[in-house]
Design a protein around this ligand. Structure first.
Ligand code: NDP
Length: 328
């Protein structure tokens, strides 16, 4: 038997999440069984803990898009019992059962080995949000970003992606401007390394001018919508923005002018089907470049039973930093 947070759908179409004991034969097919130690909470998990947001196809469902733990059994040559592993993405916790359980059965190809020097708890403090922040940073670096180029903007800064992005950039010597709609997070964001705070309202509306003064050397954007459109017109010539999220909306009300007159780059970031070599590269850089004391400051501990309320909170933009779920 193992404990899991199970989301069920009733005859009226409403979903309900409860902690249940399940027999091992309820585990889905897969070549590796993992004793899960920690999971986490991302924006997507908030959706999957409720209606499913179109991502969950069948119920009962066990959400949790991230997990870290120790392999119990493996039919795959690359992994053996006792190996510490991390899983993010691949639609685990959406179409597959996920990490909100003491056991998970998964496809070995979805796993990465736990990076040397990290614990499973730290890996889940990073989770999809932090992994995605690193993919965004790698994309910006691959397009020429260096600390000498100037100030880098992080939007949705007090959220999961934003918090890790701020800490990573600051630790690498970048000057970081953090955009937040929560003024009360200023001390938190400055503690992570932000050099200044930009109120969300300053960038919330599309400018009448397609180009404004060249301000940002780069941007990691978790918000999308009008804010991303506004940022495009404020990037330095040749600079890039890594588009990560849509917390502020999926529409992009912009023109091609910043691309044509300033040669800027809009870089899409997909953490879900990111191939193994890039995953390995990102986790190695996280282990070397993310200061663990800063990571600790982002953590809010939680249990399986806390998740329904936390899932609703993250959808309202009400979660600061990273929730780490001890599933045991
Ligand atoms: P969080 O909820 O932790 O953070 C999102 C932050 O965005 C909030 O904390 C808030 O920051 C800000 N925000 C929320 N609502 C609005 C709004 N209406 N307008 C402007 N800002 C807003 O989520 P995550 O960090 O986990 O994820 C961020 C986004 O990235 C989500 O859209 C998520 O789906 C996406 N994502 C994409 C991935 C990919 O592979 N591309 C992977 C992971 C996440 P503040 O309070 O500081 O203003």
């Amino acid at each position: 038997m193992f404990r899991a947070l199970v989301v069920e759908k009733d005859a009226a179409g409403a979903t309900h999440a409860t902690v249940q004991n399940l027999p091992d034969d309820r585990l889905p097919p897969g070549d590796v069984t993992v004793a899960v130690e920690y999971s986490t909470l991302n924006y997507k998990d908030g959706l999957c803990l409720g209606s499913g947001g179109g991502m969950v196809k069948t119920w009962p469902h066990v959400p949790g898009i991230d997990l870290a733990g120790t392999i119990l059994t493996s039919d795959h040559p690359c992994y053996g019992a006792g190996d510490k592993v991390v899983l993010t993405g691949w639609r685990v916790g959406e179409v597959q059962w996920g990490g909100y359980a003491q056991k998970a059965r998964v496809n070995a190809d979805w796993l990465v080995p736990l990076a040397p020097g990290m614990t499973t708890r730290q890996a889940m403090a990073v989770g999809t949000a932090g992994f995605t922040a690193m993919l965004a940073l790698l994309a910006l670096e691959d397009h020429g970003l260096t600390p000498s180029k100037g100030e880098v903007l992080v939007t949705g800064a007090a959220g999961g992606v934003g918090s890790v992005a701020v800490a990573l950039l600051a630790n690498l010597g970048y000057r970081v401007a953090a955009v937040t709609g929560r003024p009360e997070t200023e001390a938190y964001l400055k503690g992570l390394g932000a050099s200044r705070i930009i109120p969300r309202a300053d960038l919330a509306e599309v400018s009448k001018r397609p180009l404004e003064s060249e301000t940002w050397a780069g941007c990691i954007d978790a918000v999308g919508g009008a804010m991303l459109a506004r940022v495009l017109g404020q990037l330095q010539h040749g600079a890039s923005v890594a588009a990560v999220g849509l917390a502020g909306g999926a529409a992009l009300p912009t023109s091609v002018v910043p691309f044509l007159l300033r040669g800027i780059n809009l870089l899409g970031i997909d953490s879900v089907t990111c191939p193994y070599p890039q995953r390995f590269r990102a986790w190695s850089r996280i282990a070397s470049d993310l200061p663990l004391d800063k990571l600790e400051a982002m953590i809010r501990p939680a249990t399986l039973a806390d998740l329904p309320a936390l899932g609703a909170a993250i959808l309202q933009g009400g979660v600061q930093g990273r929730v780490v779920v001890d599933v045991n």
